[in-house]
Design a protein around this ligand. Structure first.
Ligand code: ZN
Length: 581
């Protein structure tokens, strides 16, 4: 039960209720949700109460007619509470609004006066920091606003998926191999964290990883043939995942690398299966037959750069997941390492970076990793990561049609920063990754955002800087999608939409969206509404219509116009519903 004491007095012709109260209340546990959007006081609202008080954690004010009571809810009791009632609360169905004149934490309207509750309204003040803080709260009433239409997009399901068979990325058993093939090896051993098994002509080796404890384990070796074959896993048992991270590369790495992320004993059985048999499992879709045939022909003639170009072309054009990932896989296998020579400018940049910390360049087609030498040495899957990043950049280029890196005749140079800030800075197509973000194995997370900046820059779509960052976050979702990293893009997309939904439900407009995520939510709402496919993924090829529809001018109206040009009048209506400022 609520226990409270109250003493009233009069000052300057207004009612002042001096309140000293306390005792633990049970109301906290049963409190409903605050009414969204009640910090935005409408024009013409009547100021009825000003509450000046020192609050420790949570206190409430209840208003009913001429009566105003403070109710202590949580934490230490309030101090120096002064309530000025300017006008009584009418006995009508009304909307209450509250805001800080001064204060920290939050003020929320918990209940509007209505016939059902005897015209009693409740306002709650929460101080989120330790100790008392002086709060001055203004409470208004106005006609009750109509409830806004529900958030126009339903939040997508997050489904657990892994990349398909040829990546060998799965927990537990791999699906049956296409052709019966003799065992190449068996390996059993404990892995805590992350480890890499290297399989080459001379045998099998567990590569030391700085972040993991792995033991050599038991090995049996079938002396397999490597030429014209792929390594496939028929068994990967253990509390974790294993995947073939790197195939034998024609020009570079001569070993197959299997990465294992696990916490305990693992068992792997590998086979070398004829490449033709595995290739036959992934026939090209009709529209890509030509690209794939050209890729194979180029490889057969030893023109690896051409083969890689055909594979990535196929991957970029393929909307379907399996053919896309298969083509990316082939791109990673055939891409000639290392990439084009460093230009004089790039050499100078790397030299400058090396003056701060010892870095070595790793050349890709679109990016140069200027990574610390010790990190490079200890990182067995670096080539695969470089190839994947390059592949994703090929996608971003074609998807957005805006290759700002190329326009400046540069490649991106990814460096790292030795700083405590931990913020990845993006400067003039040099990509800064803080040292602490440089994990083993490298993670697309920090790279995807920064790399995306090189391909995103549409004034009409980005009314403010925050929206430019938001669009970059969307572009990173597409980057992850392209690489088949569903475990990354799905929860991220959902989080952005949730952020926007919360803001919308609270009555916020497009100018006030919180952070990069809230801004990203606006584009993702368009993507969900107008580009979603039946399987729950987004047709990013279709979404690209928005880039093509973007004019040169800035502004929220321009964004709405572009949305209409790309997806029709419903898209403009959606932007409007999200509240143009
Ligand atoms: Zn950014």
């Amino acid at each position: 039960m609520t226990a409270k004491q109250r003493s009233d007095c009069r000052v300057k012709g207004v009612n002042v209720h001096r309140v000293i109260l306390g005792l633990l209340l049970t109301s906290w546990a049963f409190a409903g949700d605050p009414i969204p959007g009640r910090n935005r006081v409408p024009v013409g609202a009547t100021l009825c109460v000003v509450w000046t008080v020192d609050i420790d954690e949570v206190d409430e004010l209840t208003l009913r007619g001429k009566q105003v009571d403070a109710v202590h809810v949580k934490g230490q009791r309030p101090r120096r509470s002064t309530i000025e009632q300017l006008v009584p609360l009418p006995r009508r169905e009304l909307g209450l609004f509250a805001r800080f004149r001064r204060g920290r934490g939050k003020v929320e309207v918990m209940q509007d006066p209505s016939r059902a509750n005897g015209y009693r309204a409740i306002v709650r003040v929460t101080d989120t920091k330790p100790g008392w803080a002086k709060q001055v709260v203004e409470i208004f009433y106005a006609p009750r606003p109509a409830a806004p239409p529900p958030f126009p997009v339903s939040l997508p399901e997050v489904r657990a998926t892994t990349r398909p068979h040829f990546w060998g990325e799965q927990a537990g058993r791999v699906r049956a191999l296409a052709a019966k093939s003799p065992e190449a090896f068996r390996w059993e051993g404990p892995v805590e964290g992350y480890a890499v098994l290297a399989v080459g002509a001379r045998g099998l080796e567990l590569l030391p990883s700085p972040d993991a404890r792995a033991k050599t384990g038991k090995t049996s070796w079938g002396n397999p043939r490597f030429d014209g074959r792929y390594l496939a896993l028929s068994v990967c048992d253990g509390p974790g995942h294993a995947r073939v991270i790197q195939r034998m590369n024609v020009a570079g790495e001569r070993r197959v690398l299997i990465e294992i992320r696990a916490a305990g004993a693992c068992r792997l059985v590998g086979h070398m299966v004829p490449a033709a048999g595995v290739d036959a499992l992934y026939p090209p879709p009709t529209e890509l037959k030509e690209a794939w045939a050209s890729a194979r022909a180029a490889e057969a003639q030893g023109r690896l750069a051409d083969a890689a170009a055909h594979w990535i072309d196929g991957a970029v054009r393929s909307a379907r997941r399996e053919p896309r990932l298969w083509a990316i896989e082939q791109f990673c296998r055939t891409q000639p390492y290392p990439g084009p020579e460093l230009s004089i400018l790039e050499k100078l940049t790397v030299k400058k970076l090396a003056a701060q910390e010892s870095v070595a360049p790793m050349r890709g087609k679109n990016i140069v990793f200027a990574w610390p030498e010790d990190y490079l040495r200890a990182n067995p899957t670096r080539w695969r990561f470089l190839a994947e990043t390059d592949a994703a950049m090929e996608w971003l280029k074609r998807w957005t049609g805006k290759d700002q890196v190329r326009a400046r005749r540069k490649r991106m140079i990814s460096r790292f920063r030795v700083d405590k800030g931990g913020v990845a800075l993006y400067v003039d197509f040099r990509l800064h990754i803080p040292r602490k973000e440089m994990r083993y194995p490298p993670d697309h997370g920090p790279y995807s955002h920064e790399v995306s900046h090189g391909y995103i820059g549409f004034p009409a779509l980005s009314p403010t800087g925050r929206y430019n960052e938001g669009l970059t976050e969307v572009s990173r979702v597409a980057y992850w999608w392209f690489l088949g990293l569903d475990a990354q893009w799905q929860p991220f997309e959902r989080r952005c939409l949730e952020t926007l939904k919360r803001h919308y439900d609270e009555g916020g407009d497009l100018a006030g969206v919180p952070g990069y995520a809230g801004a990203a939510g606006v584009y993702l709402a368009l993507a969900r509404r107008f580009c979603a496919r039946e399987d729950g993924s987004i047709d990013w090829h279709r979404f690209a219509a928005l880039f093509r529809a973007a004019g040169p001018q800035k502004g929220f109206d321009r964004l709405a116009e572009a949305a209409e040009r790309a997806f029709g009048p419903d898209a403009r209506a959606l932007i409007k519903q999200l509240r143009l400022p």
